[in-house]
Write a protein that binds this ligand. Structure first.
Ligand code: ZN
Length: 162
């Protein structure tokens, strides 16, 4: 079957920047499964995979506007390290999950750590970067009722929360 809205798609992928530097890859982690058409992967890649099938290789360059956004559009805030949960090993570039004022999940990225001061940003560390994806499509299947209700793919390569 071809990839369409509500397909569960299993992929191997490597993401590089304009210089060929590897930014992210499923190599060594095992393939990733996602629910197509629900914004779980960046828009540009989702669009490129639509209509493709298992066994196909897809190479696509995704501009920032269809990836993690343009640079400079984020909000930053500086907070004291002691105001963050103590059980987190802070690292520059890592995401922190918070709840926004509207009650929705919000991801803040650790932009800088200077002594006891931590700068958080709403801007993804890969904002402004053209994303070069090299994707091998391993499997395409219809989502189950549970997966559609939850809005994500279930195991072995998807979520493991049940
Ligand atoms: Zn679930």
């Amino acid at each position: 079957m071809k990839i369409a809205k509500n397909s569960v798609v299993t992929i191997d992928y490597t993401l590089t920047d304009d210089d060929g530097k590897v930014l992210d890859s499923s190599v060594g982690q095992g393939p990733m499964a996602y629910l197509h058409g629900h914004g779980q992967i960046v828009a540009g890649l989702e669009k490129a995979l639509s209509g493709k099938g298992a066994g196909e290789q897809v190479k696509v360059a995704v501009a920032p506007k269809d990836g993690y956004g343009e640079k400079g559009g984020g909000k930053t805030m500086a907070i004291a390290r002691e105001d963050l949960p103590g059980d987190v090993d802070l690292e520059e570039g890592m995401p922190l999950h918070a709840t926004g004022p509207d009650g929705h999940d919000l991801v803040l990225w650790v932009q800088k750590i200077e002594g006891e001061q931590v700068t958080l940003s709403t801007e993804h560390p890969m904002a402004g970067v053209t994303l070069h994806f090299d994707v091998a499509i391993k499997e395409v299947r219809a989502a189950t009722k549970d997966e559609l209700q939850h809005g994500h793919a279930h195991g072995p390569e998807g979520h493991h929360h049940h």
